[in-house]
Write a protein that binds this ligand. Structure first.
Ligand SMILES: Nc1nc2c(ncn2[C@@H]2O[C@H](COP(=O)(O)OP(=O)(O)OP(=O)(O)O)[C@@H](O)[C@H]2O)c(=O)[nH]1
Ligand SMILES: [Mg+2]
Length: 639
């Protein structure tokens, strides 16, 4: 269990930790000299049955709230410390508000310095504390009157902490490993060491991890968990990791970084969140307010975009998008604190909903509905809601990643809902079963509508069809639906076109008549078809009208446009492709030049080059240093 202190300056936090553990958490010379805590201090208390309490001692000075914030993320238990003579003071209130916003719901109040207060004064202070904690997560926390000087009450508090360490079952080590770095230093002989609170998962010696947000790979050479050498460290422990990595040293690792499993490395500068504004704020929290954001041990500046209603009143909550100046590692469910632009006042705080927030359309109604669905804390409920809003398919990897699910945990979650899963491990997509059926029907319907609107054409190409669907559909989902429909013969393929089975393009009488004249002409010319103007002359139309006609025939798949002024019959293309195939067979390394192809085909230099470029576009050939080689079969491409 990790215990953090909280409370006003000089109220006896550090001395209480010393009374409880025997260790002075003030380690900096300046702290010793001034008798005040500046940065986080750490101490441990080992019990007989291997239980360990890890203490994070925080500074009370209002100037060092930033350091305090780096220490209270990810803790299990808080001791709110109030001096009996003073009673609650400004940072008592601020620290309490922070613990409340972070959702720290297990704790105790230590009424310190009772040796310095009359019984009446101590009672009064207790009453003031009771009022203060009312309505916060620490409302039910017991109060322990203590003196760290005389030792009065200390053993009671220590016994209570020990009980709590047993009662609060060891935190689950579900999820991928995440450690929030609060210190880094080098140890002679060992090298770089980072310390911090483990938020999720576990770590073993030898593990390969990522330093985030920098994205540098590191390897774990040694572990201290709760101040003892260990093979494994896990969520709910403070750990020191001895790490190595190219480009990773004391200068590259900072407080606020994460050392985590690669799959949890998703730095973001934009995240959706639900925030609460503190009651004591003098006015409503406005859109685009500049803030300091504190998440785990990290602190960054940024702005807050309000997604609904324009502002949030004191004591109110609202959905926002956090727009940060630097990337941080934030995942769904992570708690954070907001302080004002000059870092003097805590304004509020909240919980991350989506670390993959889009830059555009953040407040559009559909997006807002999605954010609300994702805001559901219970993963399976959230997944159901989100699926019902993404009928075009949901990126499952992102969903799992944003909630830090280990692969096996994700698998259990996917199984808990009625969805169809598509794609591979890297592009897994989920879609509600009813939406899947609906999508397949919509595809068939879209092809039918296409035929109706363009009876003279074969059908849409794949990408065209996808974009023509009534709802946005992820390509992977669309392809899977199409494959299904093709295998069920509800849809057929005609070259690159998709059609209803048995569909035939029908032309207008005029086009049919014209085609009867043009087709023989195209085939009579052999491998080198006539120019558009020559055809126009022959059929007695002007050039533009002839070109428009040939364009219609191109869409119908009757001809292919190889050059601006030349259209080829499919059988001519096949013949020309077979020539290329023949040449490639005998050429060294299969490479042949445009010049050689020109000679063999007799197309003429320009047309030969245009044709080869057309072959490239169709995926039949490819340019190489020496000329061209074939990448597909002639019959397979043009047959
Ligand atoms: N008489 C008496 N003095 C105490 C007690 N606890 C702390 N003090 C004294 O109060 C002063 C401040 O104690 P610290 O423990 O340093 O206070 P702190 O809350 O850690 O202060 P910051 O870290 O600066 O916020 C020291 O001089 C302590 O000796 C107590 O129970 N009784
Ligand atoms: Mg102190």
């Amino acid at each position: 269990m990790i215990v953090a202190t909280a409370g006003h300056i000089d109220h006896g936090k550090t001395l209480l930790v010393k009374a409880l553990t025997g260790f002075d958490a003030d380690r900096l010379p300046e702290e010793k000299r001034r008798g005040l805590t500046i940065d986080l201090g750490f101490a441990y208390r080992h019990f007989a049955d291997n239980a360990v309490l890890g203490f994070v001692d925080v500074p009370g000075h209002e100037k060092f709230v930033r350091n305090m914030l780096a220490g209270v993320g990810g803790i299990d238990f808080a001791i709110l410390i109030v001096a009996a003579d003073d009673g609650p003071m400004p940072q008592t209130e601020e620290h309490l508000a922070i613990l409340d916003l972070l959702g720290v719901s297990v704790g105790a109040v230590a009424l310190t310095k009772i040796d310095r207060a009359t019984p009446e004064r101590a009672l009064e202070a207790m009453e003031e504390i009771e009022l203060l904690v009312e309505g916060t997560t620490l409302e039910a926390a017991p109060v322990f009157p203590v003196s760290s000087i005389s030792g009065e009450g200390i053993s009671d508090l220590r016994a209570y902490l020990e009980d709590q360490a047993q009662a609060i079952a060891a935190r689950s080590d579900a999820g991928n490993f995440r450690l929030a770095v609060d210190r880094s230093f080098t140890v002679p002989g060992a090298g770089l060491v980072v310390t911090g609170t483990v938020y999720a998962g576990n770590v073993s010696v030898g593990d390969r991890l990522t330093l985030s947000p920098a994205g540098l790979p590191v390897r774990v050479r040694g572990i201290h968990a709760q101040d003892r050498q260990a093979d494994v460290g896990q969520a709910g422990e403070r750990c020191a990791l001895n790490i190595t990595g190219t480009d990773v040293d004391k200068e590259t690792v900072h407080r606020g970084d994460w050392v985590l499993a690669e799959s949890a490395h998703v730095p973001t500068k934009r995240a959706d969140a639900l925030i609460r504004i503190l009651n004591w704020e003098p006015r409503s929290f406005r859109h685009w307010t500049p803030v300091h954001l504190h998440l785990a041990a990290a602190a960054v500046t940024g702005r807050v975009a309000i997604l609904e209603g324009g502002s949030i009143p004191p004591g109110g909550t609202g959905l926002v998008q956090l727009v940060l100046d630097e990337p941080i590692g934030a995942l769904t469910g992570d708690r954070f604190i907001l302080r004002d632009q000059s870092a003097q006042r805590t304004i509020g705080g909240g919980r991350i909903i989506d670390p993959f927030s889009p830059a555009r359309g953040r407040a559009r109604p559909q997006r807002l509905a999605l954010v609300k669905a994702m805001g559901e804390p219970e993963p399976s409920k959230a997944l159901k809601k989100v699926l019902s809003l993404t009928s075009g398919g949901l990126d499952l990897n992102r969903f799992g990643q944003s909630r830090n699910l280990a692969p096996s945990e994700a698998e259990v979650l996917w199984e808990s809902v009625d969805m169809v899963r598509l794609g591979g491990a890297r592009d897994a997509v989920g879609i509600e079963r009813t939406a899947w059926e609906g999508l397949r029907d919509a595809i068939v319907e879209a092809v039918r509508a296409w035929h109706q609107a363009r009876p003279d054409q074969p059908g849409p190409e794949e990408e065209r069809l996808r974009r023509n669907l009534p709802r946005a559909t992820v390509p992977a989902v669309f392809s899977a639906a199409l494959l299904d429909l093709l295998s069920e013969k509800r849809i057929a393929r005609d070259g690159v076109y998709l059609t209803l089975p048995g569909h035939r393009a029908v032309f207008s009488d005029a086009d049919t008549a014209l085609w009867e004249k043009v087709e023989p002409m195209l085939s009579e010319y052999g491998l080198r078809p006539p120019r558009v103007l020559e055809i126009a002359d022959e059929v007695g139309l002007d050039g533009k009208a002839t070109e428009r006609f040939l364009a219609r025939m191109t869409r119908a798949g009757m001809v292919a446009r190889v050059a601006d002024n030349r259209f080829f019959l499919p059988e001519t293309l096949l013949e020309l492709a077979l020539i290329a195939e023949e040449m490639a067979k005998t050429a060294p390394d299969g490479n042949f030049s445009a010049g050689a192809y020109n000679k063999r085909s007799g197309l003429g230099r320009n047309l030969a080059i245009q044709l080869l470029e057309f072959f490239d576009k169709r995926g039949f050939s490819q340019r190489t240093g020496e000329g061209r080689k074939l990448v597909a079969g002639a019959r397979e491409t043009f047959g």
